[in-house]
Design a protein around this ligand. Structure first.
Ligand code: ATP
Ligand code: MG
Length: 420
């Protein structure tokens, strides 16, 4: 127990860290170019927020939430997704009073009690974008194009954008009726859970991952046939904008997404390179959520992208990246005076922005040089009593083994020149 992290959680460090940094840097640069600002909401919220927004018949709420009472008896939930928290913040801080649209992004740990497997953890990370304050399909296109641009910037192959429209409440009511009829006549072949879903929320049946259910669902009526004229027009305009942007997509009427708050546009980016957990990014429009949570009626679109799944895709495509350690200089020492001087110089070099390292564990000179190699030092120097007395030392280029005599006190200038 003490030496293992809880099931479904992972320590991220070492070889994996450069990939995380590079993905995060790309995300931040992308959001900057789209004029999207970062928001950091709390890791936990009142449970009620998720019941209201995610929907109490969804898998997330029914099976996957980490919910507990705090010491004052309030029901608290670790965020199973971030849209609800961002929507709450949008209302709480009156962001609807700002010029619209409001464009926000987050990178956040996310918690779901799920069966763990590759690409499915209990604590994972999502990058997401939420845009509020417009009903125009241009906002849907902006959100989708941001995700598409991110995939393109990583040169991800084998990824497909799938879009669909769930319509508004009226289209949905019409579709639910048609779907219920269809499911009703196929009910015997469905799994136990789908039989329950059929009564409470038939749309969720389309989301089932059981093979038997998937086969039956393939023949289900299409929601696109139930769209009213306005929803149809919205979807058509979105497609025209995506076409004009040169963003490729396929229309897939089976995409419904696992959360109840979606209206009209829904979309997913699906890859074929990481096996069963193939949805890297999913999102859509949610025009009723802000009002549902107590704010003014507000059009909104967003997506959530699984960072771990994105990285699994990148690794499947590009191979595991190797972490190569690197330091500009290692300053070794022999004897007390040299030891103290090496610490002083390293501090001075670091203040000048040079990646310097000295011995801090009491190694022999031979072991210190071995260590300098291990940490990828470009240069090295050893300070003993002689060097301290003369004020000069040998600076060694670790790659060529070339040596030059330098004034110890000039080390910052010398290094700056060498590293140019
Ligand atoms: P799935 O159908 O795979 O369960 P989902 O529909 O529940 O996904 P969303 O709620 O849309 O997922 O979350 C957005 C993204 O977050 C997913 O597309 C996926 O990349 C990632 N994600 C979701 N759940 C997990 C998890 N347990 N572990 C790792 N990543 C996850
Ligand atoms: Mg899920």
């Amino acid at each position: 127990m003490l030496t293992h992290s809880p099931k479904g959680t992972k320590d991220i460090f070492g070889d994996e860290m450069p990939l995380w940094h590079s993905v995060e840097n790309k995300i931040r640069a992308l959001c900057q170019s789209f004029g999207i600002e970062e928001i950091r909401t709390p890791i936990f919220e009142h449970t009620e927020l998720f019941l209201r927004s995610v929907g109490d018949t969804t898998d997330i709420v029914q099976k996957e939430m980490y919910t507990f009472d705090d010491k004052a008896g309030r029901s608290i939930t670790l965020k199973p997704e971030s849209t609800a928290g961002v929507a709450r913040a949008y209302i709480e801080h009156g962001m609807f009073n700002n010029p619209q649209p409001t464009k926000l992004y987050y990178i956040s740990p996310t918690f779901r009690y799920e069966n763990t497997q590759a690409g499915r953890q209990r604590q994972f990370h999502q990058f997401g974008i939420e845009m509020f304050g417009s009903y125009s399909p241009a906002l849907d296109a902006e959100v989708i194009s941001a995700a598409a641009q991110l995939m393109e910037s990583f040169n991800i192959k084998d990824i497909e954008l799938r879009i669909n429209s769930l319509g508004g409440p009226e289209c949905r009511a019409k579709y639910n009726k048609a779907l219920k009829e269809f499911i009703g006549s196929n009910i015997d072949g469905l799994c136990k859970e789908c039989k329950a879903r059929y009564e409470k929320n038939p749309l969720r049946v389309l989301d089932c991952k059981e093979e038997g259910c998937k086969k039956i669902i393939a023949g289900a009526p299409s929601i696109l046939d139930c769209l009213g004229p306005e929803c149809k027009e919205h979807f058509e305009t979105l497609k025209s904008i995506l076409d004009s942007m040169g963003i490729k997509y396929v229309v897939d009427s089976q995409i419904v997404r696992g959360l109840d708050y979606y209206t009209r546009t829904v979309f997913e980016f699906v890859t074929t390179s990481i096996g069963a957990q193939s949805t890297v990014c999913g999102g859509g429009r949610y025009d009723n959520l802000i009002e549902e949570c107590g704010g003014p009626k507000t059009g909104a679109v967003g997506f959530g992208l699984g960072m771990e799944r994105l990285m699994l895709t990148l690794q499947a495509q590009n191979g595991q990246s190797e972490f190569k350690p690197y330091r500009d200089i290692f300053i070794g020492s022999m004897g007390k005076e040299g030891f103290i001087k090496s610490q002083t110089l390293v501090y001075k070099l670091r203040k000048a922005g040079i990646k310097a390292e000295a011995d801090t564990v009491g190694r022999s000179v031979k072991a210190q040089m071995k260590y300098a190699n291990k940490i990828g030092a470009a240069y090295s120097m050893i300070l003993g009593d002689d060097e301290i007395a003369k004020g000069t030392a040998q600076l060694k280029n670790m790659e060529t083994s070339e040596v030059s005599e330098i004034e110890i006190e000039n080390i910052v200038d010398v290094m700056n020149k060498m590293l140019k």
